[in-house]
Design a protein around this ligand. Structure first.
Ligand code: PLP
Length: 368
């Protein structure tokens, strides 16, 4: 895509419309069509996108927002930035996504305590797999809560024919370079079918503008997507479905080679993952850490997404720890390992990673 991307960048720079230029609106229209959602409002990052959604709903101090305990810090941080309190919910050990049973538990406990007012459930499409929105929606309706889909890693995923970033009352994504649809810097977007919320988020991203730029009717943020980034994303969006197929093919190759020796990622029937990460589970922290060093010694990069559950983050040490018990998330932090994956990884590279893992597991059995 280099030729097209270079041309798009030069055009954006020559146009002089660096902020909110034509390509930003064009990209928003294309993303709305792609996700089949009425409105797309781009912004400066996936973190800001979450904050814009919470602002549109008037979420504030005294409100409880239910957040999976196993996610990137920004999911919870956005809640705290708006003055509300995150209540951490455990996740499913196979899909890594919010556990509906524990979600109901945590909502009940919060209601009984009577200190915070339950307002929003944030479900994360972790590692690219859409959360169980059928279950989340049932619970949300039951308690009168709003659903915010954090699709930062989920763009391109599907569940039962519906695309990621269309499951929430508002959904958000990130264009950080390492995400499924990445730009060449920071960027993000909000999606909603609701006209009023769309208008509010459009206002909040530009200093709470009213009907004109210098009429300000609320306290907002400065959070816009650069024209250069939008121009790059427009080019990358054209190749996105091809990349999605390629990255899923890479995952299938890993699955075929690894399914017998480690716990490979689970994609339930009817779901498609955007494969932001390919994350395996080992039996223990010792085993996981030893495998990571073995891979490192063979020059194979791997990452631990994520080493610390939200409820044990230093920033949240003052939160109620009884409410935030999440044993599955804690265990996952000790046992997961994400392997190299992207649409352009070769079969040879995948074979090399699998050989290294196979060799390591063989050694383990020999010593057992
Ligand atoms: C990356 C990420 C974010 C934040 O996106 P930024 O664009 O980096 O601000 C939020 N939630 C999840 C789950 C993420 O992976």
């Amino acid at each position: 895509m280099k030729t097209d991307i270079d041309r798009a960048v030069i055009e954006a720079v020559s146009s002089g419309a660096y902020i909110m230029g034509g390509p930003v609106q064009e990209l928003e229209r294309q993303l709305a069509v792609y996700t089949r959602v009425r409105h797309c409002i781009t912004c400066a990052s996936g973190t800001d996108a979450l904050r814009l959604a919470l602002k549109a709903w008037g979420v504030r101090q005294g409100d409880a927002v239910f957040v999976p305990d196993f996610t990137f810090f920004a999911t919870a941080e956005a809640v705290s930035s708006e003055g509300a309190t995150p209540v951490f919910v455990d996740v499913d050990c196979e899909t890594f996504n919010i556990d509906p049973a524990d979600l109901e538990n945590k909502i009940e406990t919060t209601v009984q305590k009577g200190v915070l007012i339950p307002k929003v459930i944030i479900a994360v499409d972790l590692f690219g797999l859409p959360a169980d929105y059928a279950a989340v929606r049932r619970i949300a309706d039951n308690y009168g809560l709003l659903v915010l889909e954090d699709g930062a890693q989920g763009f391109g995923g599907c569940a039962n024919g519906k695309r990621s970033c269309s499951f929430g009352d508002i959904s958000t994504t990130s264009f950080f370079p390492a995400k499924p649809l990445g730009c060449y810097g920071d960027g993000g977007a909000c999606f909603t079918d609701n006209d009023e919320w769309a208008e509010l988020m459009d206002s909040y991203r530009m200093h709470g503008k009213g009907s004109s730029k210098y009429e300000n009717v609320r306290i907002g943020m400065n959070s816009r997507l650069d024209t250069i980034q939008a121009s790059i994303l427009k080019v990358k969006l054209k190749a996105f479905d091809e990349e999605l197929a390629a990255v899923n093919q890479a995952a299938a190759h890993y699955n075929a080679r690894l399914a017998d020796i480690v716990a490979t990622p689970v994609v339930p029937a009817g779901f498609l993952s955007s494969r932001a990460q390919y994350t395996i589970r080992l039996n223990s922290k010792t085993e996981r850490d030893a495998l990571q060093s073995e891979l490192r010694s063979q020059g194979i990069p791997s990452m631990i997404y994520y080493p610390i559950p939200m409820h044990r983050q230093g920033a949240y040490r003052s939160l109620d720890t009884v409410v935030s018990q999440c044993p599955v998330a804690s265990k996952l932090c000790d046992t997961v390992l994400s392997l190299p994956i992207h649409p352009y990884i070769t079969s040879e590279e995948i074979e090399r990673v699998c050989d290294a893992i196979k060799g390591f597991m063989q050694e383990l059995t020999n010593h057992a």
